[in-house]
Write a protein that binds this ligand. Structure first.
Ligand code: NBY
Length: 833
């Protein structure tokens, strides 16, 4: 590596090279310096926002110093790196995380206090980085935290959307979407205007002779758009390792083409071209688990894959190694099928640009890539129409056809008497128009394919990807059960609980080795410990009650049982089952005598989550929840016995307040539909119990914490197909209790019944695909068991503590080590001081 400052002159550099603040006074000096000079404010106009920006800039300086050193270290040691390709990184706020990871939060608290600011208010000024929809995007964020904490040389690659996930407003009970413009004064990103890549779209493919006379494909003409790198430093907890998240932003290429237009006086159209280039990274698609086949989405995907691969290849080529060593230096993980084009692009680079033979190139590609699947829902499986791809990426379509040809030839050899299998596993679906099945490219082009929880991975092998198991053998398919980072989801979100645990375990080591939590079991019967544990839960419920008061105006009694379901709104996640259960409870209370009401366990049913803007049924569910809330919360017969709350604009920073405050949380998807779920882990880690179906990671949570510590209900995944089949042939009986709920809705108890007819009809008339009626009885009786259990405060506390003690498995540190060992084959890079 060439150094720009020659050795004799480096002394001066070292003398003045940036120094990290190490105590409160040094922090304050940096804070004031940034507010005065970087922000151009004075002590007469320093508001909370300025205090936030100054604090963020001071910490950013620290991160960037370590970021530089980490990158140098990784370049010099020259070992294998991981690249995590994800269209979503749901990072939330960065400042609190940076302070805790660097270990200087107390210094910052005191420094800010000296200037008259409360650190919580300052932290609260930050806008969430909301570049994701839900679980998939948040998983990527937790992975980055663990990768850095464990000192893995790893980069994330994503898109720098100008608009993240929309902000949700509830108006008259309806969801409204408001754009989330988040980039103004974002101190956490570093524009790298010198790191750019030109990305081509459209055009034609010509056959040409290269200098050796070999016929090669040449992708010509078309349009180019420029990718500009923006880097976000990712600090590890308790380590100097600071990794990089590189987000690409699109802009018009400043090529000759534009100048020609410009010089020809076509100023307006030159500017229009620029705007059209900028739309590529303008907005995050707000669908979760739904694929819509929009051309702009395909453009986003290629733009991001091509820029990232160019960057990765450029870094590899600097090492001057042979191409055969590429998989020893580079592991690329595909977060779902969204980056599948990276496989095709890599093959294109190797054969069209680097001149490798097909087989040699393909061998390198398959050794490099791993693919993670997050869903078995058919509507979420990505397919692109062949004509669309032909137009946008003509050379890539040719390569896809070649991949398919060689693949099908080998399948035919393997199964000479099975004609059917060829059409089933073909990358090209023979529909009108023909479609490219992205998941199949991802499987064929990777050496490992994994699901995100045991049941999910088993279902992949036995249903969706069954043929591929027959073709490649079972070893290509594996499971890596999800986790969450204990730094954000315990230490940051629940500092009091983290301290109490640290007090008992003699330090915070559990934050980097979560299995140490098992030592808590020894204290389950410790009276003083239990009292403190209960006290922390109460405080956290109070904190949530304040958020509820501030955002909805409703007052809730923090002594009530807090029952929470927060996640994207989706029929398969069954918020409708929950709200029907709430209505059932309401009707029951209404029918009770005063004496009977005295025995009711007061409950607050809390919902939160966004619906995809085009997902009607999900929006109807939100509407119903809000209408039920309006009736129930104003019914004096009911009072505190039942309250219904919809928390607007559920996001990462609200989750940090919500997850520590549950008594029980709901993870009640139709069995076999939820890949894993990760909020289930967050809630249990914070001492909440859960009610759930035998789905996703609920099953492994049960195995770890014990079935006496979880409320499971409902049909099993193995019964779902049969039940659906029976419904389809008319064998359907609406559950009698659910019938009463529907009657209340139809009697306009919650406003115009017509507003909700699609929802009730989907169950009564259209086959109840998600088995709401089949599981209803089991659900409400299990909820009664929850009430009963909650009355026994001591038992409940024991369950809470025991569960937390047994959650060690669900750290993303364990997850990342599994990926590193079984998929990436990478080692951590020790940090020497
Ligand atoms: O990924 C979620 C799964 O539903 C959940 O069970 C799992 O725990 C989590 C992490 O593995 N999937 C998810 O969040 N998916 C999306 O957000 C998503 C977003 C966009 C698209 C598809 C899925 N899309 O095709 O545009």
């Amino acid at each position: 590596v060439e150094a720009s400052i020659p050795e004799p002159l480096r002394e001066a550099w070292r003398k003045y090279s940036a120094h990290e603040f190490t105590n409160k006074d040094e922090f304050e000096r940096e804070l004031v310096r940034h507010i005065e000079t970087t922000l151009a404010r004075s002590l007469y106009n320093c508001d909370e926002l300025a205090a936030y920006s100054g604090t963020a800039l001071a910490f950013r300086d620290r991160l960037i110093i370590e970021w530089n050193r980490t990158q140098q270290r990784q370049t010099f040691t020259d070992q294998k790196r991981v690249y995590y390709l994800s269209l979503e990184f749901l990072m939330g706020r960065a400042l609190d995380n940076a302070m805790l990871n660097v270990g200087m939060k107390d210094a910052a608290r005191e420094g800010l206090q000296d200037l008259g600011f409360r650190i919580e208010d300052v932290i609260g000024q930050e806008h969430d980085a909301a570049l994701g929809n839900g679980g998939l995007g948040r998983l990527a964020a937790c992975f980055l935290d663990s990768l850095a904490t464990l000192n893995y040389p790893a980069w994330g690659y994503g898109l720098r959307y100008r608009y993240g996930i929309f902000k949700q407003e509830i108006v008259n009970g309806y969801q409204m979407e408001v754009p989330d413009y988040w980039l103004d004064n974002n101190p956490w990103e570093f524009p790298r205007h010198d790191i750019t890549v030109d990305i081509k779209f459209y055009g034609q493919v010509k056959k040409k002779q290269d200098e050796n006379g070999k016929l090669v494909a040449s992708w010509e003409e078309g349009e180019t758009v420029q990718a500009v790198a923006y880097d976000v430093p990712i600090p590890g907890y308790g380590t100097k390792t600071t990794n990089n998240l590189r987000l690409w932003s699109s802009k018009a290429s400043s090529g000759e083409f534009d100048f020609q237009k410009f010089n020809a006086g076509d100023y307006e159209s030159a500017v229009a071209d620029q705007q059209s280039a900028e739309t590529i990274s303008a907005v995050l698609y707000p669908n979760d688990n739904l694929e819509r086949g929009k051309e702009l989405r395909l453009k986003q995907q290629y733009f991001w894959c091509a820029a990232s691969l160019y960057d990765i290849v450029r870094r590899f080529k600097k090492t001057k190694r042979a191409w055969s060593e590429f998989p020893d230096q580079v592991a690329i993980q595909l977060n779902d099928t969204h980056p599948t084009l990276a496989i095709v692009e890599m093959q294109r680079i190797l054969i069209d640009i680097e001149g490798l033979e097909w087989d040699e190139a393909w061998n390198i590609v398959t050794k490099t890539f791993g693919y993670t699947n997050h869903t078995v829902l058919p509507e979420a499986l990505e397919k692109w129409s062949v004509p669309l791809m032909q137009n946008l990426l003509p050379r890539h379509l040719q390569i896809i056809y070649d991949i398919n040809l060689y693949f099908l030839q080998s399948v035919e050899k393997q199964f000479p008497n099975d004609r059917e299998i060829l059409s089933r596993v073909s990358i090209i679906e023979e529909s009108h128009p023909k479609m490219v099945r992205m998941a199949y490219i991802a499987i064929i082009g990777s050496h490992k394919v994994n699901g995100v929880a045991e049941l999910h991975s088993d279902l992949l092998k036995s249903t969706l990807f069954k043929d591929f198991v027959d073709i490649y053998g079972v070893d290509r398919f594996t499971n890596v059960t999800n986790g969450v980072t204990p730094r954000r989801w315990l230490h940051q979100a629940n500092p009091a609980l983290s301290s109490l645990i640290a007090e008992k375990l003699g330090g915070h080591e559990f934050l980097t080795d979560l299995t140490l939590l098992d030592k808590l079991e020894a204290f389950v019967d410790d009276k003083d410990f239990r009292r403190k544990w209960a006290h922390i839960k109460s405080d956290n419920k109070l904190r949530l009650a304040r958020l509820i008061k501030d955002t909805t105006g409703y007052t809730v009694n923090p002594e009530s049982l807090f029952d929470i379901q927060v996640k994207r709104i989706h029929e398969y996640k069954r918020q409708q089952l929950n709200i029907f259960g709430v209505i059932h409870r309401y009707l029951k209370i209404k029918g009770m005598s005063a004496a009977e009401r005295k025995k009711v366990v007061p409950r607050v049913s809390i919902f939160g989550g966004k619906a995809a803007p085009g997902y009607w049924m999900a929006k109807t569910i939100i509407h119903l929840i809000n209408k039920v809330a309006a009736v129930v919360n104003n019914d004096s017969d009911v009072g505190d016995l039942l309250k219904v709350i919809f928390i607007e604009d559920y996001n990462v920073s609200k989750a940090e307040i919500i997850c520590p405050a549950s008594d029980i949380s709901e993870h009640i998807s139709t069995a076999g539909t939820e890949g894993s779920g990760t909020s289930n882990m967050k809630f249990v880690l914070n001492g909440g119990l859960i009610i759930g179906t035998c789905d996703g990671a609920n099953i492994e949570i049960t195995r770890e914490i014990g079935d006496q510590n979880i409320f499971l209900f409902g049909n099993l995944a193995e019964d779902v197909e049969d039940l659906r089949h029976r419904h389809f042939y008319g064998d359907f009986q609406l559950d009698p209790a659910l019938e009463k709920v529907f009657k209340a809705i139809k009697d306009n108890m919650f406003g115009d019944a017509g507003d909700f007819s699609a929802l009730t009809a989907s169950i009564e008339e259209h086959g109840d695909y998600y088995l709401v009626s089949d599981d209803f009885h089991s659900y409400v009786t299990t909820q009664e068991m929850v009430d009963e259990a909650f009355l026994n405060k001591e038992e409940w506390l024991a369950k809470s503590i025991t569960s937390v003690a047994r959650m060690g498995f669900f750290s993303t540190d364990r997850v990342i080590n599994e990926y590193a060992d079984s998929i990436w084959n990478v080692e951590p890079l020790a940090v020497k001081d």
